[in-house]
Design a protein around this ligand. Structure first.
Ligand SMILES: C[S@@+](CC[C@H](N)C(=O)[O-])C[C@H]1O[C@@H](n2cnc3c(N)ncnc32)[C@H](O)[C@@H]1O
Length: 284
C-alpha cells in the first residue's frame, strides 16, 4: 500500500515535472532516477513548511534532512525560522543543486549540504530530523533515532515507522493521481528518554521510599510499584514526551497522578499538580 503510494506519488511528480520544474538548468528531476536506497521524489514546498511547523521549529534548533534531494527542507527551515540546517544526500548532482538553490534563496550561510550516506554520516547533533524515505528505510534508521537526545522531533513525509506509533499525525493534502486519490500525511515522533528499569521513588503517599519497575515501549510504559511485602500495585498507560514523564496510579483506593521531568538517572516532579507533594526518584 505504502509502496503504491510512493510509486503513484513518483509518477504524478515525474509526469508533472515540467509543471513543477524541479531542478534547474543544470540538473532536473528526470535526470535523478536513482538515489542510493531510494530515488529522488521532492517534497513540495507547502508540505515542507507544514513538516517544519509540526516539528515546532524554533530559534536554536538544528534541522537535519536525511536524503535531502534538492535541499527544499533545510532551505525552508533556514528561510522561515533562521535556524541552521543540514542536508545529507548521496547523489553529488543533488548536493550541487541544493547548494545552488541555497544561494538563490540567500540562506547559504545557514545551510550545509553534505554528500554522504545517511547510514554512515553522524546526525546526532540534530534537534529536528526530517525524513521522506519510505517505511523500510525509516525502520532501519529507528534504532539510531531512538538513541538521539530525548526531545528530538522527527517528522516524516508519508511514511511511518511500523512499531513506533507517531505522537501526532496530520493530513496535509490529497491529490488525484493515475491510481486514485493520494492522501498525504505527515507524522511526528518525539524521541523519548529511556526510563526502562527500576527506580527508587521518594515522596509517594503512604509508600515513601519504594521501588518502581518501569517496562518501556518507546514513548509508552507500564509499571509495578513494590509496596514492601504487601501486594504490588500495577499501573498502565504511562507516557514519556522527550524528558517529560506522566503516570497515574491508585493506592488504598485513592487516585494519584504524577507529572515530572527525567534528567539522566534522576526524575523530579509532583503529585496531583501540587508543589507541596514533591516526588524524586533515582535509577537503581
Ligand atoms: C524521496 S527523496 C526525498 C528528498 C528530500 N528529503 C525531500 O523531501 O524533498 C529521497 C532522497 O534520498 C537520497 N538517498 C537515497 N539513499 C540515500 C542514502 N543512503 N544516503 C543519502 N541519501 C540517500 C536520494 O538520492 C533522494 O534524493
Amino acid at each position: 500500500m505504502r509502496l503504491v503510494a510512493l510509486i503513484s506519488l513518483s509518477i504524478s511528480l515525474l509526469t508533472g515535472c515540467a509543471l513543477h520544474n524541479y531542478g534547474d538548468d543544470q540538473f532536473q528531476l528526470r535526470m535523478a532516477a536513482h538515489g542510493k536506497d531510494i530515488m529522488w521524489v521532492p517534497t513540495r514546498i507547502d508540505t515542507a513548511t507544514q513538516m517544519l511547523a509540526l516539528a515546532q521549529v524554533k530559534s536554536g534548533d538544528i534541522v537535519f534532512d536525511l536524503g535531502s534531494g534538492d535541499g527544499v527542507i533545510p532551505i525552508q527551515a533556514a528561510k522561515r525560522y533562521g535556524v541552521r540546517a543540514v542536508g545529507i544526500e548521496y547523489n553529488p548532482d543533488l548536493v550541487a543543486l541544493s547548494k545552488r538553490n541555497a544561494i538563490r534563496e540567500n540562506v547559504q550561510n545557514l545551510v550545509t549540504f553534505k554528500q554522504g550516506d545517511i547510514f554512515v554520516e553522524d546526525f546526532s547533533s540534530a534537534t529536528v530530523l526530517t525524513l521522506f524515505l519510505g517505511e523500510s528505510l525509516n525502520l532501519k534508521l529507528m534504532p539510531t533515532i531512538l538513541k538521539m537526545k530525548p526531545g528530538t522531533r522527527v517528522v516524516s513525509n508519508t511514511f511511518r515507522m511500523e512499531s513506533w506509533i507517531p505522537d501526532q499525525e496530520v493530513s496535509v493534502r490529497s491529490s488525484e493521481t493515475t491510481v486514485g486519490t493520494l492522501n498525504e500525511t505527515i507524522y511526528l515522533w518525539i524521541v523519548p528518554a529511556n526510563i526502562d528499569g527500576t527506580w527508587e521513588f521518594t515522596g509517594l503517599p503512604s509508600l515513601d521510599k519504594t521501588a518502581i519497575r518501569f517496562i518501556q515501549k518507546k514513548q509508552f510504559f507500564d509499571g509495578t510499584i513494590n509496596t514492601s511485602g504487601k501486594r504490588s500495585i500495577a499501573f498502565e498507560d504511562g507516557r514519556i514526551r522527550g524528558d517529560a514523564i506522566q503516570f497515574d496510579f491508585e493506592v488504598n483506593g485513592k487516585k494519584y497522578s504524577f507529572r515530572g521531568q527525567i534528567s539522566g538517572a534522576q526524575i523530579r516532579g509532583v503529585l496531583n499538580g501540587d508543589s507541596k507533594l514533591p516526588v524524586v526518584a533515582k535509577r537503581l
